[in-house]
Design a protein around this ligand. Structure first.
Ligand code: 1HE
Length: 259
């Protein structure tokens, strides 16, 4: 892997990669360098890594767009800037491996857009969600107007943008901002535990889930069902799938129990 921007810290942990936003002095606000670093990392996740955990250093996951860069851009540069976020976040959502985000403190603006591009979100109780774009005279630009309504519903995004409404971690887990909520300081351990389970799946299954589920939620029913049949046949044709099925039939695999 080429050297990453100093605003991102990477730590390999076996087959899990832990990537941290490392601009705590600016509350992990996303400047051009960090967005380019996210694109660089997620477009070429290191070989052998089967799941990534995305965390933020300090008290806040991410304060969104670095507002100090905004005043320098004209309209054309603004479009290109937004497209650069789209590119980076597409590599997260539709990359090679699933990404588990650890949310704590402010998960706001572009920080919430970044979280929405991840596949599993673990929130610590300190996490809160907001879209200050509405009051700052700007708009979503990192894919949030597309991803967030799918996650929490158009009416909620509308309300957050128009009125500045915020949500906390406990409400957030009910509404779909996160899938898990844990105590302060427990987010990284929970995310690594989940990433280890994800890394234990057949890679083709993970890839198919990441690439097919969001698309099937968007396309028409008949195309979705055909896509499902095709991908299901591809996945079950993999030697890894055959081995896992054999393990179950010969009683070597764990049963599916409620834990
Ligand atoms: C920043 C940013 C930032 C902090 N851009 N510099 N996002 C927002 O509107 C959120 C703006 N940030 C805040 O509301 C607060 O900073 C927090 C609630 C996140 C944290 O508060 P706190 O008291 O812990 O920190 P602080 O004292 O406000 O900030 C510490 C430093 O970080 C300070 O810089 P300093 O040089 O004075 O020390 C802040 O200026 C700096 N900082 N947040 C730049 N966002 C693709 S479109 C996406 C559009 C958006 O994301 S809009 C939402 C932007």
């Amino acid at each position: 892997m080429n050297a990453l921007t100093p605003s991102l810290h990477y730590e390999p942990r076996g087959d899990i990669g832990v990537l941290r936003l490392a601009r705590a002095h600016k509350r992990n606000a996303l400047d051009d360098g960090i967005v380019a670093g996210l694109e660089q990392f997620f477009s070429a996740v290191p070989d052998g890594v089967k799941a990534v955990v995305l965390d933020g250093e300090g008290e806040h996951f991410c304060a969104g767009l670095d507002l100090s860069e905004l005043s320098e851009r004209d309209v054309a540069a603004g479009v290109l800037h937004s497209r650069s976020w789209h590119r980076a976040f597409e590599f997260i959502e539709f990359g090679r491996v699933p990404v588990v985000a650890v949310l704590h403190g402010a998960v706001v603006g572009g920080g919430l857009e970044l979280a929405a591009a991840c596949h599993v979100r673990v929130a610590e109780r300190s996490a809160y969600y907001a879209l200050p774009e509405g009051s700052r005279g700007i708009f979503l630009g990192g894919g949030g107007s597309v991803r967030l309504p799918r996650l929490i519903g158009t009416a909620r995004v509308m309300d957050m943008m128009l009125t500045g409404r915020t949500y906390g971690a406990d409400e957030g887990v009910v509404l779909g901002f996160s899938q898990y909520v844990v105590d302060a300081g427990a987010g990284l351990a929970k995310a690594v535990e989940l990433a280890a389970r994800i890394a234990g799946n057949a890679p083709m299954t993970n890839f198919a889930l990441m690439h097919v589920l969001p698309r099937n939620a968007e396309q028409d029913r008949a195309s979705g069902l055909l896509m499902e049949s095709l991908v299901s046949a591809i996945a079950q044709g993999e030697p890894e799938a055959k081995r896992r099925l054999q393990d179950f039939l010969e009683k070597r695999a764990p049963k599916t129990l409620h834990r």
